[in-house]
Design a protein around this ligand. Structure first.
Ligand code: PLP
Length: 252
């Protein structure tokens, strides 16, 4: 047990943070409202990233706060194994109504990392259930960030998130990233150059055989690598090539 001092910062091991530096000069957020955080020393800070892209409706919106409070007071938890909760079914239906045609089932998870690992598992199990169990390869992309699970770091392409965790999943390959600073710098909206980078998938199909590839996973807009918009036509090309070879395309 650590000796506890008031405001002791030692026990909490912060993710993706230089812990020693942070704890020497902590930047604490103590409250939030709409698009601002309040810091421990009373400053208002504009939240330009909506939390970690997860507070897009604004912070502490009364409607959302009340809905969370009401829900917790009514039924704080119900198991999802062999038992159900009406609101989970209702939410799934609402999402399906909002989604494009063909998206007709919802699987709930607790985080982005779990979503990614689950999507990869669903892809593998889907092919197996259809009698194409040889499709086990997963293809990610350089500079990709897909969370912190073993699946996500395997298909991800950020070296510092990968290098100390051994050989990761077998049979993973990576498309080239689409950050073409020289030709696309100062683009407004989607950049003009780089759609042909999707053709690398053809090369991978030629190398590995389409019947060994289960899925390609990319962030349509790469987030953690620095908000890299897809070149015009790139995602459409990925869609066409994956469709041609019966490979699933996962957008994270
Ligand atoms: C594209 C993408 N995938 C996965 C994740 C992981 O999400 P989580 O931090 O909820 O596990 C993130 C998180 O920022 C992300 O940006």
């Amino acid at each position: 047990m650590l000796d506890r001092n008031p405001n002791d910062l030692r026990a909490f091991w912060m993710p993706f943070t230089a812990n020693r530096q942070f704890k020497q000069n902590p930047r604490m957020l103590v409250a939030a409202q709409d698009m601002h955080y309040t810091s421990h020393d009373g400053r208002q800070i504009l939240d330009g990233t909506a939390g970690l892209w997860c507070c897009n409706a604004g912070h502490c919106r009364p409607q959302i706060v009340e809905a969370i409070q009401k829900s917790a007071a009514e039924l704080d938890y119900a198991p999802a194994f062999q038992m159900g909760h009406p609101m989970a079914f209702e939410l799934a239906n609402t999402l399906v109504d909002m989604a494009p045609d063909g998206f007709d089932h919802v699987f709930f998870t607790n985080s982005g990392s779990e979503s990614v690992d689950t999507a990869l598992k669903i892809a593998l199990a889907y092919h197996r259930a259809r009698g194409e169990g040889s499709r086990t390869r997963l293809i990610g992309r350089e500079k990709g960030y897909h969370g912190v699970g073993f699946g996500g770091i395997s298909v991800g392409g950020l070296v510092n998130n990968r290098r100390v965790f051994g050989t990761l999943l077998n049979g993973v390959d990576h498309l080239p990233h689409t950050y073409l600073g020289d030709v696309n710098r100062w683009s407004k909206g989607q950049p003009e150059h780089g759609a042909d980078l999707a053709d690398e998938l053809e090369r991978m199909v030629a190398l590995h055989g389409a019947d060994t590839i289960a899925a390609v996973i990319v962030e349509p807009v790469a987030g953690s690598a620095g908000v890299i918009l897809p070149p015009k036509g790139y995602l459409e090309k990925l869609r066409a090539i994956t469709k041609k070879y019966g490979i699933l395309l996962i957008f994270d």
